[in-house]
Design a protein around this ligand. Sequence first.
Ligand code: ADP
Length: 272
Amino acid sequence: MVEIVKANNVYFTYSQAHSPVLNNISFSVESNTFTTIIGENGSGKSTLAKTIVGLNKPDKGEIQIAGLQLNEENLDQIRANVGMVFQNPDNQFVGATVADDVAFGLENHQVPHNQMEEIVEKYLSLVKMWDYRDRTPETLSGGQKQRVAIASALAYSPKVLILDEASSMLDPKGRKDLLELILELKKTTQTTIISVTHNLSEALVSDRVYLLTKGQINGSGTPQEIFTNRKLIKDNNLELPFIPELIYQLKKQDFPLKKDWMTEEELIEFLW
Ligand code: ADP
């Protein structure tokens, strides 16, 4: 397995603040995996996402993406390897139409004109927005806008896609659709996906979860390892996703469940 993102002892302080928001962060992400970063509001998740892509300059520590050391000389190369999608889809559009928006990113990455149309079609189809290619972005729903933002971010084939609270402005259906899209992207493209999220259902289906507490990594592991650690969940004011919570409550009532961790399908089958 290739470690595509590596952070070693990273510190970051906002200029007007006294104490670091990222306080000795070390972690790594394996290639072609889906990683989630969770934690309470204000724990430093967004700051971490921005620091990984060079939008924040660390006070100290090292960050590597796709084998490249993050520093001022490598910034353009690093950015070519990383796509980023933010919380508010309205702030991410630059094109007059959906298709223009995806093409704009390609122009910035010096993709030859004769390849552009093909790439725009490929990625808008992948996110199921090809039929909307001539629409102006303002006329789309929140979920549709996020899909276009993801197509634009993926169009220049970054190795890593970072989603920063990309589902937080979506309704439950939009969140579910976005999650399905993430899993689809993992399967059909080689993209490594890192999602900073409030949506613990997203963390539940990720390969690895990092839990941030006051700018430090306070837990990391599989969803099972994180979500069966009651103390960790409680201390960080997190609400368990529905299935782990249901399993926990059933076990608490001495319901004869054989395991304390099951997928949704396993639980339904058992209860049936
Ligand atoms: P999270 O994404 O986990 O909610 P953030 O990374 O947004 O957390 O914020 C972590 C801390 O950094 C918070 O205390 C927040 O107030 C502070 N912070 C975030 N952005 C800025 C900024 N641009 N300037 C100063 N402080 C900031």
